[in-house]
Design a protein around this ligand. Structure first.
Ligand code: PLP
Length: 396
């Protein structure tokens, strides 16, 4: 038995996406740049996929650029906005302390090139307030980049309001919507979004494919030089099977957003209700402004890695923070950003659900987490000190 509760790291491909892709690895294998009929069949498929993805986001097809995934889309969006800014002598960027590393490391690179970066503090509930963005914007600000949904704690940011502020101040607004696309309703027009990144493997599509929406009139800088694919903004023969799989997965996800959200949120709430019963535990991130499938807890006196390994022995796939940081001993920058101290941040557990999970799985997971936390605390010298009053509990 395997219970998969790590959908924020990646999702299982949908049957629809797989079946849509197969013909493009078989009969329809042409290169869309070729002039013959085999190439034109691929070119038509590409145009169709672009159109359908644009429709899901509320933009036009020529505002969509295909990338290798969320990381590349984030890099390209930020570096493009920075280039536009630099030309006008505007070298200040506003972002947040709990962005994905695809954003933070790109900003770090720009900082070394002379940009000034303001990383907004995140409130303890995992939210950024529009006023914070408003106060941080300066005359020389060229970009605001704030993630739509945080990948660790699932909090949903006030994107429309932030977009409104940026629009009024004439600053480009990018959002990393990798955790939001296919899970929440997105309309880039209504939400005043200038640039948006998404990635197929976070909504039951294939890995290695993503898209960047860029509002008409904002020039993109290409990161990869070569042929004239993607209107000269992203060289390389298009990955047609993956693009077709992404379009099918996004449409399927968007067609079922509401019913999936109701189902998944009910499972999430059951899981949260079960886990808060564990003494000296705390839910990370706001209880209501939260992605339907995200559960993230800290348990005092616990080491996250041991928790994960023991849960894996019980057939449960979970995560402690982001997949990129697991394996390193640094605590999650997201949990530190919401004010968790090092010791507490180390004892974190992320369980991210999908519509395929069942009530039975959630019940088994609650029981297993309780057992494993109890077991680890029993053998922990730190826990003994806490219980004997030699150390004070941080989580009451
Ligand atoms: C997964 C993820 C990314 C990276 O996407 P890839 O397609 O894996 O490169 C970026 N941002 C967020 C918020 C993510 O969850």
């Amino acid at each position: 038995m395997q219970i998969y509760l790590d959908n924020a790291a990646t999702t299982k491909m949908s049957k629809t996406a797989i079946s849509v892709m197969l013909p493009y690895m078989d009969a329809i294998y042409g290169n869309p740049s070729s002039l013959h009929s085999a190439g034109q069949a691929a070119a038509e498929a590409l145009a169709d996929a672009r159109e359908r993805i644009a429709k899901c986001l509320g933009c036009t097809a020529n505002e969509i650029t295909f990338t290798s995934g969320g990381s590349e889309a984030d890099n390209q969006a930020i570096l493009s906005a920075a280039k536009i800014g630099a030309r006008k002598g505007k070298k200040h960027i506003v972002s947040t302390a709990f962005e994905h590393h695809a954003v933070l490391h790109t900003l770090e690179k720009l900082k070394n090139e002379g940009f000034e970066i303001t990383l907004l503090d995140v409130h303890e509930n995992g939210l950024i307030l529009p006023e914070q963005v408003e106060q941080a914007i300066r005359e020389d600000t060229c970009l605001v980049t704030v993630m739509y949904v945080n990948n660790e704690i699932g909090t949903i940011q006030p994107i429309k309001e932030i977009g409104e502020i940026c629009r009024a101040k004439g600053v480009i607004f990018h959002t990393d919507a990798v955790q939001a696309a296919g899970h929440l309703h997105i309309n880039v027009q209504e939400q005043n979004i200038d640039m948006l990144s998404l990635s197929a493997h976070k909504f039951h599509g294939p890995k290695g494919i993503g898209a960047l929406y860029v509002r008409k009139g904002i020039p993109l800088t290409s990161l990869i030089e070569g042929g004239a694919q993607e209107r000269g903004k992203r060289a390389g023969t298009e990955n047609i099977p993956a693009i077709m799989g992404m379009a099918a997965a996004l449409e399927e996800a968007c067609d079922h957003i509401d019913e999936n959200a109701v189902k998944i949120a009910a499972l999430r709430d059951k899981l949260i209700m079960g886990l808060v019963e564990i003494p000296h535990s705390v839910l990370n991130g706001d209880g209501s402004q939260r992605l339907p499938g995200n559960v993230n807890f800290c348990f005092e006196g616990i080491e996250g890695e041991s928790l994960l390994l023991l849960l894996d022995d019980k057939g449960i796939c979970a995560s402690s923070g982001s997949a990129c940081t697991s394996g390193s001993l640094d605590p999650s920058h997201v949990l530190l950003a919401i004010g968790r101290v090092h010791d507490i941040a180390h004892g974190s557990l992320r369980l991210s659900l999908s519509e395929e999970n069942t009530e039975e799985e959630i019940e088994y997971t609650i029981k297993s987490v309780k057992e494993v936390v109890g077991y680890l605390r029993n053998i922990s010298p730190i826990w003994r000190d806490l219980v004997n009053g030699k150390k004070d509990f941080i989580i009451k």
